[in-house]
Design a protein around this ligand. Sequence first.
Ligand code: ME8
Length: 649
Amino acid sequence: MNNYVTTPIYYVNGEAHIGHAYTTFIADTLARYAKLQGKKTYFLTGTDEHGQKIEESAKKNGKSTKEFADEISATFKNLWDGFDIDYDKFIRTTDEDHKIGVQKAFKTMYDKGDIYKGDYEGHYCISCETFFPESQLIDNEFCPDCGRGTTIVKEESYFFKLSSYEDRLLKLYEEQDDFILPRSRKNEVINFVKNGLHDLSVTRTSFTWGVPLPKELNDDKHVMYVWLDALLNYITALGYGSDDESLMKEFWPATKHLVGKDILRFHAIYWPAFLMSLDLPLPKSICAHGWWTRDGEKMSKSKGNVVSPKEVADVYGYENFRYFMLREVPFGQDGDYSQRAFIDRVNSELSNDLGNLLNRIIGMSGKYSEFAISSVDVVKYHTSEYTEMTKVIESLDSFMQNVQTHRYLEELWKALSIANKSIEQYAPWVKMKENKKDEALATVALVANILAKVSIMLNPIMPHTTQKIASALGFEINADSYTRFIDDDDVLSDFVIQKVPPLFPRIEEPLMNEAPIQEHPKEVKKEQKAVEKKVSTVEEDNIITIDQFFETSLKIGTVLEVDEVKKSKKLLRLQVDLGEEQPRQIIAGIKEFYSADDLIDTQVCVVSNLKPAKLMGMLSEGMILAAKDKDGLVLVRPEKRKTSGTKVG
Ligand code: ME8
């Protein structure tokens, strides 16, 4: 089957950061992997350029909207080009053919009766470009997604009949098991749909920077809602709505839409509903990754801790950076960028495990056989190691199909470990002394063959470095060598190994300035002491005023993710949705009483205005309420499900 892989199209209201780079690296890896396997593959990325947010950013920068969009879009394109991202098309939603496709889609939905005209009065969040019903607002005013203030907007609007797709959507999630990856995110989408879908306002009259409605509707007051415009990029890029729909025929439906968890809802609910309305096939998988923080903190311009992908790549090596991001985080979970973790991985995994291996066989073959390597005796002396390695290689595909790049790399490193262990165990230098040259050379050749297969499988993640390894081993990585060495499990022909300069020089020190991380250990301690003192002197019948009570902000939170804090008997690390832009990380001492399964997708009550504190080096941004007596501990939970972020009190 042909492959179609996409990234989200990035808003042109700021420059790329490592979050954008992460999505793009994964999508690029998936596309390269499919191409390497000889599958016909199309890889799309681009920029999302319409909407009020962009209009306002341009104004702030004193530029015309188009000029501003052109500039920022170019920074994304240049970055990806500099990184050699192997995209087949870079789409811009300001492209004329995209606009024509969007208008055609709108007209099709309208003619079908799925879009109708009505009036909308609602709370609108400019930042999220979304209307919210009052019941979803925080404190009747603030956006449940980003926490910013909303404004009441009344306008004539066209609506998409999202509500009539509820059943078909639920059936889709049930029948297409891998529609949402990782599968752990499925419930959050299902619950959202089960809570009832409102028809979606798909046009705006309050600004003009958007795609106009189709001419046939004769209504130039409206422009299209930016999410309708944006989602349709996935088909307009393939020529939907143009005279030439050959790419549509060849590549639609998408194999994988890569998205961040923040925009899963748009892709897993709105997008399939639009496609159902257009009678088009549905994508195979929406793959939602987690959020990147820096040294445990959210990245933001005001804190000055935003990690620039270009800067990191320039200092530490682009492909090392790619490797780190894909290896560090289980797909779907949040990840933390820290220079220390990055340097440790480069030194131990790339430099020691992989780079040294190549140096060692160059050294040994140089001494023993004038750099000539022959695979003739590999199977004779190393059947078990070779078979074990082959099994590892065979296990990799399913990890890539499920976008578990961290598991893929972890497994791949097992092949390197077989190679490293073989050198220690069979000690070719001893064999040479014992006059067993055949055996010594067989071990060197075993390692060369393992390195050959590892370099092919690592190629989608580190395309250039692996090509250098392959060239030292006398071959080139491409679809043919993939077939030969992976599908057909062939061994290397006899060859003369080439010397290469070290591919992964060790990094001894952090080379970049650390961001000003705001830790307040002393203050936190001081406060804790004060609280402890206060509590110990409080009598049971101590009375507080209502104002004092309301100084504590209690909110309902929904637990999205849970993982164990290694080395701690008591602590769990939770990601809790409080209806804010990003979930909060909360470190809670409840491991003895609750497991991840008891917690994920359940609700808890959170003290949300506690000063963040660090526990075992991790930032905790709130406290979960619990009651403990001699029988153990139970969490305080709402009796019925409430919107995340609902105030308690
Ligand atoms: O949402 N960690 O664009 P966008 C990880 N235009 N990923 C992050 C991240 C972080 N800290 N910050 C951003 C949009 N991302 C829409 C998409 S698609 C039809 C329209 C990633 O520029 C994440 O993948 O705000 C997010 O979904 C993507 O950047 C786009 O963000």
